[in-house]
Design a protein around this ligand. Structure first.
Ligand SMILES: [Zn+2]
Length: 386
């Protein structure tokens, strides 16, 4: 059984231990004791070194803890060290989680059903259908107040049968490790924690997400909250610079810009259709008249399909005089056929006849029909026949 030194001292970073078993050709070590925390209870594992060799993973196997090394180590005893920056970050997030869970419960009776400490951010799932912005602000402020008060955190070992006042009842039997925040919280937990709420640093609630009838609350503590606030400021400041405006006016300015862009796009589309109708009439004027007085034009585009612009061209062409207008697109293979009333050609009927020979699906009215073809070859054969 591996003695877990972090249970009684979260601040221990250097330790000596005896090698109990050397497995997998020396890359999986079991020690009599360790200060390296294994992934468990929602807290990610520590990183560090054993005799200077990097520890890639620390695995909780129940009784024992396995240390997975970067390369083999053959030794009777080892000197271990814990990557303190990573560990302290986990301590800030984990203690912050206890604090936030306790405040959510104290202020609004919202129970924490699960939590996750992630590499970027952490989350708490609250048993509540909704969480208002005012509630978020109140919880964040209360949590930060408790940080400013530097409430002591302590660890005690109590018998499960008599341990009382826990935020969440434990299903474990025997001895419980209880982490307390003075006057705020008592929770059964095996994780590593700071010794004062002051060390948690800033507590920041971020994204809310509804998941399976609960609300998932993303939060950051300590250095993470500080770095994120700095990154937020820089992003917002860059946007404000583009507008030459104060930071707080950016959302309103973006909204105005969005509305303007929408209006401009609407006007542009209207003008594009008008222009295409005129171009259609020009194409008609430029097309040669056959002996029967009919004019033809084929408009070809390589990709993007056939849409409003081709329809407007067709309209301009066929409304000017006796004409047949076809538009074709290579990718996806598609065709449009438009005829003027005076042409005497039924576009829908004619296209159906061609599709029966060349494959494809589509149809339309007497003056306008459209179809998709299976291949570019079928499209070319259809145009040829047309
Ligand atoms: Zn915990």
């Amino acid at each position: 059984m591996t003695e877990r030194l972090f249970y009684t001292d979260s601040y221990l970073t250097d330790f000596d231990a005896r090698v109990v078993e050397n497995a997998e050709a020396g890359v999986r070590l079991y020690l009599d004791r360790t200060a390296l925390y294994p992934s468990s209870g929602g807290q990610p594992n520590d990183l560090g070194t054993l005799n200077g060799i990097r520890v890639l993973d620390v695995v909780d196997e129940g009784e024992r803890i396995a240390h997975v090394l970067e390369r083999p180590l053959q030794a009777e005893t080892v000197s271990g060290s814990v990557d303190w920056a990573r560990r302290f970050d986990h301590m800030q997030q984990h203690s912050g989680q206890h604090l936030l869970s306790a405040v959510f419960e104290a202020l609004y009776g919202m129970k924490t059903v699960s939590f996750h400490l992630g590499a970027e951010s952490s989350t708490i799932d609250l048993e509540t259908p909704a969480l208002s912005p005012a509630q978020v602000r109140a919880v964040e402020e209360r949590a930060c107040e408790l940080v400013f008060e530097c409430r002591p955190l302590s660890v005690a070992f109590e018998d499960a049968a008599v341990a009382a006042g826990l935020r969440k009842a434990s299903e474990r039997e025997g001895t419980l490790r209880i982490v307390s925040i003075e006057g705020v919280d008592r929770s059964a937990c095996g994780g590593t924690h700071v010794k004062s709420t002051g060390e948690i640093g800033p507590v920041q609630i971020r994204k809310l997400e509804k998941i399976r009838g609960n609300v998932r609350v993303e939060f950051l503590c300590g250095h993470r909250a500080l770095r994120r606030a700095r990154a937020d400021y820089e992003a917002l400041n860059a946007a404000a610079k583009l507008f030459s405006s104060p930071l707080d006016e950016v959302p309103a300015l973006v909204q105005t810009l969005q509305e303007q862009a929408k209006d401009a796009e609407k006007a542009r589309r209207k003008l594009a259709v008008e222009l295409a109708v005129r171009r259609g009439a020009e194409l008609f004027a430029a097309a040669a008249e056959d002996p029967s007085g009919l004019r033809r034009h084929v408009e070809r585009v390589s990709d993007g399909g056939l849409g409003d612009e081709q329809r407007a061209l067709a309209q301009g062409f066929t409304s000017t005089g006796r004409g047949i207008f076809a538009a074709a697109c290579d990718n996806p293979p598609s065709v449009m056929l438009a005829t003027s009333v005076e042409s005497g050609v039924n576009a829908g009927k004619r296209l159906k006849e061609l599709l029966a020979v060349h494959g494809g699906r589509g149809g339309g009215s007497a003056q306008m029909a459209q179809a998709s073809l299976p291949t570019t070859e079928a499209l070319n054969a259809l145009l040829e026949a047309l």
